[in-house]
Design a binder for this molecule. Structure first.
Ligand SMILES: Nc1ncnc2c1ncn2[C@@H]1O[C@H](COP(=O)(O)OP(=O)(O)OP(=O)(O)O)[C@@H](O)[C@H]1O
Ligand SMILES: [Mg+2]
Length: 283
């Protein structure tokens, strides 16, 4: 699969840390109804690293993302942000943390208030970054720049509502928000699974460009190991709430050790393999 990569995966082992976890665990329910969704995972994500977390449905990816975002409490373990134990014990501290970490989700429509016009969605981002008192012209310039980063035209979006956009356009608008918010970490949970193949490639390229231009850490959640190989520096393979393997993307995917990783790879359609037509009866 080596020809499928668009960037050489870099080794980030010695880069500064931005988000780490030790023994991070989430248990839902009790007794017979107990589900261990995330089971004592350890991880180190570095500044500027493009990390993919890969696993099948139900492996615990979204539960882990919600804990990383501080939307769900962990049952056990410790999360460190920029080398310090993460403190989101008050509303103010949570808000501060969210200056540093933002997310885009599978369904972009669920992330927007349906009744808020698009220019207000973008304006809010400028205000959240402390730009409330900037002159109006400057704000328009910033919103125009963010839209052009994702190939949208700001002038055509003013006065529109999110539901007037296509799924691909909505997801690009989500990226324009991130461009304005400039968090240290972007968590993207299956951001391309609801868009067509063409929009998917565009969105992936935009995420890479965002990382390259801003040094943002990107945590990309996917069930698609082919996609993870295509885009990431580092991959973590998740099965039943545990990381069964992690490392540089090309090392893990070209030389997998865990049986589960091997199975995920064997499920990827082999587009470069020649078709064997010898068994097809000619009419
Ligand atoms: N709020 C909840 N209450 C109880 N169990 C939950 C809850 N959220 C998730 N789970 C369970 O935790 C496990 C992991 O779910 P999670 O949504 O994290 O998986 P996932 O890897 O994101 O799957 P998918 O690829 O389908 O999005 C599943 O068994 C799920 O049923
Ligand atoms: Mg999920």
């Amino acid at each position: 699969m080596s020809e499928d990569r668009i960037v050489a995966s870099k080794d980030y082992t010695n880069a500064p840390l931005c988000l780490s976890g030790r023994g991070v665990t989430k248990v839902f329910g009790m007794g017979d109804k107990k589900t261990v969704a995330v089971d004592h995972v350890d991880f180190d994500f570095h500044v500027g690293e493009f990390v993919s977390i890969v696993g099948e449905s139900g492996s615990g990816k979204t539960t882990l993302s919600k804990m990383l975002l501080g939307l769900l409490n962990h049952t056990e373990g410790e999360i460190l942000f920029m080398g310090q134990p993460r403190d989101i014990s008050s509303g103010r501290k949570k808000k501060e943390y969210w200056q540093g970490i933002q997310a885009i989700f599978q369904d972009p429509f669920s992330s927007f208030n349906t009744f808020q016009k698009i220019d207000n969605v973008l304006l809010d981002c400028i205000h959240m970054r402390g730009g409330k008192h900037l002159p109006k012209e400057k704000k328009i310039e910033m919103m125009t720049e963010a839209c052009s980063f994702v190939n949208l035209k700001f002038a055509e979006l003013t006065n529109k509502y999110p539901f007037e956009l296509s799924g691909g356009q909505m997801q690009r608008l989500m990226i324009a928000r991130i461009f304005l918010l400039k968090p240290k970490i972007l968590l993207a949970d299956e951001p391309t699974s609801m868009v067509d193949a063409c929009s998917r490639a565009t969105i992936l390229d935009m995420l890479l460009q965002l990382r390259d231009e801003t040094g943002m850490t990107i945590i990309f959640i996917t069930h698609d190991i082919g996609l993870a190989y295509y885009i990431s520096d580092t991959v973590y393979i998740m099965e039943h709430g545990k990381f069964v393997e992690f490392g540089k993307a090309d090392e893990v995917i070209l030389n997998p050790k865990a049986a589960y990783t091997k199975r995920l790879i064997s499920d990827v359609p082999k587009i470069h393999e020649e078709w064997d037509l010898s068994t097809v009866e000619l009419l």
